[in-house]
Ligand binder design. Structure first.
Ligand SMILES: *Cc1c(COP(=O)(O)O)cnc(C)c1O
Length: 498
């Protein structure tokens, strides 16, 4: 940092947290960030750098003497920003969104300011208690059954990501099952999910010691928009039962990653209950939409679930990371994850009068993440959040109409939320089912720097994914993206012999 203001010259005593210096530098940083957002559309959405670009630009060891903030800003502009993919750009339509907002940003700032490590209630009572309160708030917005609220046996907790949420519930379910059947049955316990389930489940199984041969990936039904059919899951369970295995976990998805399919929650929940299995619902992206009464139907059947997860950091204006997990019975989490070393003992914990969230998660330390969620809820309010979701879904509908109106393209799956799965129809002479044509379309659009879209493969077909969900996206951006895709399509189709 600037030698004149940040340290007392050469070998003097540094003051790493000086309030006046923070004020000055902090204001400059906020200005820098506001300017970044103001000019965000001037950058290529997808970073266009080559692998290893930064090594060429930065020295190979840390500076011995402090640098100035001005020099740092120069490097950020010239060396870092070109290597950033601009997730907050209004022309970002890839994967699923990751929202920032002024409220979320302010919450992150305040959380950085307190910089607590809130593993137990005593380490900052406000952090634990605010988390309990805001998770109850969101549970009510989603109309989750009352068992998921903190007043009952359940409750909510903020995890870093949906992957961590799946892992902690899988561990809870595993231990519950092993307590019942004996720890030697680890090799017999079986997990069920569709082939559209996020890869986070597979990773969780790898970590939890589930035998790889005991992961049943049931093929989703393409005629049901890639939802899994209950019959297929039942059948797999029956086969396993007759082989002496122990079915113990079903993961359903509301809004799959490839095509935002919604699994039949009610039926899957009934199957889970009939076999004393844990039923988890992953609604990482689409859960946010269910705060609108007209989309709440997608959660019908959540009554049957043992756990439910939604990422507030995707489509809920809460800066990354903030993944909301609710469980019906918190004791399973605590039984699987608690430890009680002497150095953490304290009166409140001993008396069992408080929640210690360290026992609901993998790490010990945890950030004050409820602040940003609370600020989002307070500063925007439920009605604004609902209109925010509706606006994106309307823009996605608009894009879907544009695709339908051009006979060269087709919509591949029905749209549920703000994701449109579409492709350019290949001329009949193409042998690869349009794979190369659509890959080239995506590649040329993304390397133009003007938009960023991503892809998936459904039933062997290369499919383009267009998701509306960045906070700054307006109709004009969707229209311009469509125009670009049409123009690129014209160029590509001109190159193939019709
Ligand atoms: C995004 C997503 C995930 C993974 O989210 P992380 O929070 O990055 O772990 C899992 N499942 C679904 C359905 C998702 O959309």
């Amino acid at each position: 940092m600037d030698g004149s203001t940040t340290s007392n010259g050469g070998g003097g005593w540094m003051r790493p947290m000086d309030e006046e210096q923070l004020r000055e530098c902090g204001h400059r940083m906020v200005d820098f960030i506001a300017d970044y957002y103001k000019s965000i559309e001037t950058y290529p959405v997808l970073s266009q750098v080559q692998p290893g670009y930064l090594k060429e630009l930065l020295p190979d060891s840390a500076p011995n003497q402090p640098d100035t903030l001005d020099a740092l800003f120069d490097d950020i502009r010239e060396k870092i920003v070109p290597g950033v993919t601009h997730w907050q750009s209004p022309n970002y339509f890839a994967y699923y969104p990751s929202n920032s907002s002024t409220a979320g940003f302010l919450g992150e700032m305040l959380s950085a300011a307190f910089n607590i490590v809130g593993f137990s209630w005593i380490t900052s009572p406000a952090a634990t208690e605010l988390e309990v309160i805001v998770l109850d708030w969101v549970a009510k917005m989603l109309k989750l059954p009352s068992e998921f609220l903190s007043a009952a046996l359940g409750g909510g907790v903020i995890q870093g990501t949906a992957s961590e949420a799946i892992l902690v519930v899988l561990l809870s379910a595993r231990d519950r099952t092993l307590r019942k059947h004996g720890k030697k049955s680890l090799e017999k316990i079986v997990v069920y999910a569709s082939d559209q389930t996020h890869s986070a489940l597979k990773k969780a199984c790898q970590i939890a010691g589930i035998f790889p041969e005991n992961i049943r990936i049931v093929k989703a039904d393409c005629s049901m928009n890639y939802a899994v059919t209950p019959g297929a899951v039942s059948e797999a369970i029956s086969i396993d039962l007759s082989a002496g295995l122990i079915p113990f976990f079903i993961c359903a998805t509301v809004g799959t990653t490839s095509s935002s399919a919604v699994d039949p929650l009610h039926e899957l929940g009934q199957i889970a209950q009939a076999h004393d299995m844990w039923f988890h619902i992953d609604a990482a992206y689409a859960g946010s939409a269910c705060i609108c009464p007209e989309y709440r139907k997608y959660l019908n059947g959540v009554e049957e679930a043992d756990s439910f997860n939604m990422n507030a950091h995707k489509w809920f204006l809460t800066n990354f990371d903030c993944s909301l997990l609710w469980v019906k019975d918190r004791n399973y989490l605590i039984q699987a994850l608690s430890t009680n070393p002497e150095f953490l003992k304290n009166k409140a914990s001993q008396e069992n009068s408080v929640i210690d969230f360290k026992d609901w998660q993998i790490p010990l330390g945890r950030r004050f993440r409820s602040l940003k969620l609370w600020m989002v809820l307070r500063l925007y309010g439920v009605e604004n959040l609902q209109s925010y979701i509706r606006k994106h879904i309307q823009l996605a509908q608009h894009f879907e109409q544009l695709v339908i109106s051009d006979p060269r393209f087709e919509v591949v799956t029905p749209r549920n939320f703000s994701l449109v799965c579409f492709c350019l129809v290949p001329p009949t002479c193409e042998v690869d089912n349009g794979h190369k044509l659509n890959y080239d379309l995506m590649d040329s659009a993304n390397s133009s720097g003007k938009i960023f879209i991503s892809h998936t493969v459904l039933s062997g077909k290369f499919v383009l994914r267009f998701v509306v969900g960045a906070p700054l996206t307006e109709e004009q951006h969707v229209d311009a993206a469509w125009k670009l895709l049409q123009d690129e399509a014209t160029k590509l189709l001109g190159n193939v012999v019709q």
